[in-house]
Design a protein around this ligand. Structure first.
Ligand code: ACO
Length: 313
């Protein structure tokens, strides 16, 4: 069994927030664009439901994959900001899609969550325990953002994305992943139980992000006996355009095979890679089939990279 992406979807909240919104807290469009590449982001209203976005993204992905929700035995949602403390988002997403008795759970690995979830989904297919798996990334980071803290507030946005993984015997590549964590660095990026807002050492996170995503990508390529030239599109966690470009330079991915949409949506944590995949598809950057490289990095610290194929109808 070989897993590949056969459907992609994304959903964003309606409200677009331009950089000028942050002039009130001492920032500026010029500073934000220069240091991050971000131009705008979407905000979910305070009473908005993240499950609505996740369900919309999932339906689009299922439609493209030509699958009924009833085909799904597993629904995994990577998130750090679910609608409820318990139960997680995945059970509501599964129920609203109409997947009778699918296994459904949330996966929390901060911004690396979607790559962790992809690894899990591909493993379920490779082991023969599932024929189709829905992997979602959904975040309402505004729920854990201090709106007065310019060092984090300008970076974050809300949204959801989803992919359908199915068994594809002639997939362009056999999936491979490298996942890791280092809890010694919890203090660099966290939201604690009382404050509930993200606190971050930006410059330190920047250095770790470039180093860890590059290292993980090299390990995965080596394991598959591939080089960057074999990867058709590289989609890294969209934290900051400078971070993504630095990773591309470090591992040797040319700009035309590096995807960036952080300008449109900012950092949406575990939703960033599936939203980027949906935008890449809209922009005509994903052909009918190819080899995808992914890499992500987040609080913990957690990180990971992977390669897998896509085939889209
Ligand atoms: N607007 C204007 N000035 C600002 C802002 C802002 N939004 N934020 C910080 N500054 C100021 C600082 O106060 C500092 O001023 P000083 O020189 O007078 O002290 C100056 O800009 C430089 O600050 P640095 O933090 O050194 O700026 P840097 O070039 O490192 O850029 C940034 C900051 C964009 C945060 C960068 O470090 C970064 O991208 N780090 C990684 C962040 C990340 O990806 N985090 C993970 C995301 S969070 C999550 O996981 C959901």
């Amino acid at each position: 069994m070989t897993a590949a992406i056969t459907g992609i979807g994304a959903a964003l909240p309606e409200r677009t927030v331009p950089n000028s919104y942050f002039e009130a807290i001492g920032s500026s469009d010029e500073w934000i664009v220069k240091r991050t590449g971000i131009r705008e982001r979407r905000f979910l209203p305070e009473d908005g439901r993240l499950a609505d976005l996740a369900v919309t993204a999932a339906r689009t992905a299922l439609r493209q994959a030509g699958r009924d929700a009833a085909d799904l035995r597993h629904v995994v949602v990577a998130t750090t900001t679910p609608d409820r403390t318990t139960p997680g988002l995945a059970v509501e997403v599964a129920a609203r899609l109409g997947t009778p008795q699918a296994a459904a759970f949330d996966l929390h690995a901060a911004c690396a969550g979607f790559v962790y979830a992809l690894d899990h989904g591909t493993a379920l297919i490779e082991s023969g325990r599932a024929r189709a798996v829905l992997v979602c990334g959904a975040e309402a980071l505004t729920r854990i953002t201090d709106p007065a803290d310019r060092s984090t507030a300008v970076l974050l946005g809300d949204g959801a994305g989803a992919v359908v993984l199915t068994d594809l015997p002639d997939a362009p590549v056999a999936p491979a992943f490298h996942l890791a964590s280092d809890g010694e660095h919890i203090g660099l990026l966290y939201a604690d139980r009382h404050d509930r807002k993200l606190r971050m050492d930006g410059p330190e996170i920047f250095v770790h992000a470039v180093d860890k995503m590059s290292d993980a990508t090299r390990r995965v390529l080596e394991r598959c006996e591939l080089t960057c030239d074999d990867v058709d599109l590289f989609v890294a966690h969209q934290a900051n355009a400078r971070i993504v470009k630095a990773v591309g330079k470090e591992i040797g991915v040319p700009p035309e095979r590096l995807f960036l949409n952080v300008d449109r949506v900012a950092n949406t944590s575990s939703a960033s890679i599936p939203i980027a995949l949906a935008h890449a598809q809209e922009d005509g950057r994903l052909g009918p089939s190819g080899v995808l490289g992914v890499a992500a990095f987040g609080a913990g610290i957690t990180w990971g990279a992977g390669v897998l194929g896509w085939r889209l109808g």
